[in-house]
Design a protein around this ligand. Structure first.
Ligand code: WTA
Length: 652
């Protein structure tokens, strides 16, 4: 193939049909796809019901597939199952007992491999450990862990006994951890002394201590896994080492049959207010949706070695490191660390060493690899790869083409998967044996998913509008924890229902092309995406104004070549404060302390005023223009004080 010109890279409009060799072997072939789409269209509930029956183990069948009392959905009402049973026990009987379930590599190079039988044993022990600490069905358990096998074991152990977990990303600060544990009223926290990341130990236990010192009255026990071995303080009566508890508990722990609608986990995500939302997922629908999307979209075959580079602290880690692949009996590879200056090519080395066949990562990572050149990946044998995926943000065609040529050697289909914490699983994505891909487009909805692009009245607006889902689906979130009103307002009332039709409002802008392909353009609300991580501008602003030197703050995203968006904060200082470089550094650090390192602003600009409307609303659009260094565009007639813009411009 000839080298594409710059023009063709910027405006990529080639079609990439599935490689014939891939399509022939694929789980879902074009013929099968047609059948599935017809089935889902003719009888949507029958479609999900058939899959639930054929793909999962149930202790008790359901009486009703869906009870839809908008926006409240209940799936497989009356049915009972256990997600950890579906991920573990059933594979002991279906020929996968000695199959490798988990291959893990730590950053220092230590490797662990667990068969399904061994993972089952470890999870049973862990579950009994939790019981020994007094955790019961219905309790909430915080998980604040590095990327080690025990993170997955802890999640599966909670699922096994019917305790809902809330995993908090290990990069979040003590402050952020405290907020989440408090909101979830967690009874226990599972953590580790620390984890390895970028050649350093990230201390986790001390962050838990800090979070609990501020008062999280519900937390009675802290279970600590030893990973890095540095000294940590243990509070007698509260803190227990896992390696001391483990030998005292049995390995026998039958999975607790759970109601299909029993809460499986809470995962906090950023929204448009200062307070993160506790997204609630339940057992049956989530299990089915994570399972079937993982199987079809990643074309899981028995011999695959599957690697999703996310952290278990995000939804991608929940659905596509732990629950989806294990429910399918796949071999999952898990890595503790991250590419780092001492090993910029560690991902390629890992792919070669472990013969990874399916690789799922984020556009922000691809852009970083692309920047460091083709030589590093070319030094490694990537011939085991057969399928590539991306998630988390739109992928620019240039990065897509690089991924396709340099990593996939033009052989591997790429699945660009659009979805959200709220959707539980992938909603729009190519099926790798079926869909001709277009770089930058997530292509088409998964069979059974009715996605659309509409205007605020709910009328189709394919040329550009809001991404919505028209029908309930099994993996959908059920509510915002303890805040059903916020659930309704954030997702179901942005576009008012009409004629009995409800619209799930995703918060993304999109358009559809002449082939019906979806192009997701990014958030339409005050959420920004920094290196694929969702952050609310209000959350960042509350963090800034909690510093005594700050009177007011406005945060916007600025386009960034690597991270997608970078955080720019406009800050008005309190009376008597001087805007110095040291204060700027102090404020950046303050945001890190309040939220975590992912939230560190790239730039803080001091100002004496913010552009506001006459009713006092900050005009973020203008701030975005300023942050991007572009001219002010659009209407400024509602601006209260036109001098503000001039002053802000001059300060740059
Ligand atoms: C964005 C991550 C374009 C989108 C699974 C969404 C994407 C938000 C894509 C959810 C994609 C995710 N193309 N944008 N393939 N995937 N997004 O909850 O803005 O962390 O609303 O879930 O990421 O982020 P979340």
């Amino acid at each position: 193939m000839s080298q594409p010109t710059l023009e063709s890279i910027l405006q990529e409009n080639r079609l990439f049909p599935p490689p014939p060799a891939f399509a022939q072997q694929a789980r879902i072939t074009p013929e099968r796809y047609e059948q599935l789409c017809r089935e889902a269209e003719r009888d949507p509930l029958g479609f999900w019901e058939r899959l639930a029956r054929e793909e999962l183990h149930w202790f008790k069948p359901w009486q009703q597939v869906l009870q839809w009392d908008p926006p409240q959905a209940q799936w497989f009402v009356g049915g009972q199952l256990n997600l950890s049973y579906n991920c573990l026990d059933r594979h002991l009987e279906n020929g996968r007992r000695h199959k490798t379930a988990l291959i893990w590599e730590g950053e220092p190079g230590d490797i662990r491999t667990l068969t399904y039988e061994q993972l089952h044993q470890e999870v049973c022990r862990f579950a009994n450990g939790l019981k020994a600490l007094g955790i019961q069905t219905g309790d909430r358990v915080g998980i604040y862990m590095p990327m080690i096998p025990e993170a997955a074991m802890a999640m599966l152990a909670c699922a096994r006994i019917g305790a809902a977990h809330t995993v908090v990303f290990g990069g979040f600060s003590a402050e952020a951890l405290k907020d989440r544990l408090r909101d979830a009223e967690a009874k226990a926290v599972i953590t580790a002394d620390g984890g390895w990341r970028k050649d350093a130990i990230v201390p986790l236990k001390p962050q838990v201590d800090l979070a609990l010192a501020e008062g999280v009255p519900s937390v009675e026990k802290v279970l600590v896994v030893q990973r890095t071995g540095q000294a940590v303080e243990m509070t007698p009566g509260r803190d227990i080492w896992w390696h001391e508890l483990a030998p005292t508990v049995s390995e026998d722990c039958p999975a607790q049959p759970m109601d299909a609608e029993a809460m499986l986990f809470i995962l906090y995500t950023s929204g448009t207010t200062g307070k993160p939302k506790g997204v609630v997922h339940t057992t049956g629908g989530y299990n089915l949706y994570a399972h079937i999307t993982c199987q079809w979209i990643f074309d899981l075959q028995e011999e695959d070695i599957y690697w999703c580079t996310a952290d278990v602290g995000w939804i991608t880690g929940h659905s596509y490191i732990v629950y989806g692949p294990l429910s399918n009996g796949a071999t999952v590879f898990m890595y503790e660390g991250a590419p780092r200056p001492s090993k910029p090519d560690c991902f390629w080395e890992l792919i070669a060493r472990h013969r990874i066949s399916i690789f799922y990562t984020a556009p922000t990572a691809i852009r970083a690899f692309m920047k460091s050149g083709d030589a590093l990946p070319r030094q490694h044998d990537l011939s085991s790869l057969r399928l590539l995926g991306t998630v988390g943000e739109p992928i620019n065609p240039e990065a897509w083409i690089w991924y396709h040529t340099v990593i996939g050697n033009e052989r591997c289909p790429i699945v660009d998967t659009w979805w959200q914490t709220e959707t539980g699983g992938i909603m729009i994505s190519p099926l790798p044996g079926v869909t001709a891909t277009k770089p930058g487009s997530a292509t088409r909805p998964f069979p059974g998913i009715q996605a659309d692009v509409v205007d605020l009245e709910g009328d189709p607006a394919p040329a550009g509008g809001y991404l919505v889902i028209r029908q309930p689906w099994p993996g959908m979130m059920r509510t915002v924890y303890k805040d059903p009103q916020r659930f309704r307002a954030s997702y179901w009332e942005k576009i008012p229902p009409k004629d009995g039709q409800y619209f799930y409002f995703a918060g993304d802008g999109a358009h559809r092309d002449e082939d019906g392909y979806f192009w997701v353009m990014g958030r339409v609300d005050d959420v920004i995406s920094v290196a694929g991580h969702r952050l609310g501008t209000m959350e960042l602003e509350s963090a800034l104004v909690s510093h005594p030197a700050v009177a007011e703050a406005a945060v916007v995203g600025r386009p960034d070549e690597l991270k997608g968006e970078a955080i720019v904060a406009f800050v008005i200082l309190s009376d008597g404060q001087e805007g110095s470089e040291s204060l700027r550094q102090e404020l950046m650090q303050h945001v890190v302390t309040e939220i975590g390192a992912i939230a560190r602003p790239s730039e803080i600009r001091f100002t004496d005023a913010l552009p506001k409307t006459r009713s006092g609303k900050i005009m973020r659009r203008l701030l975005r223009n300023l942050a991007a260094g572009s001219g002010i565009s659009g209407d400024t007639s509602t601006l209260e004080d036109r001098g503000v813009l001039e002053r802000l411009r001059q300060e740059v």
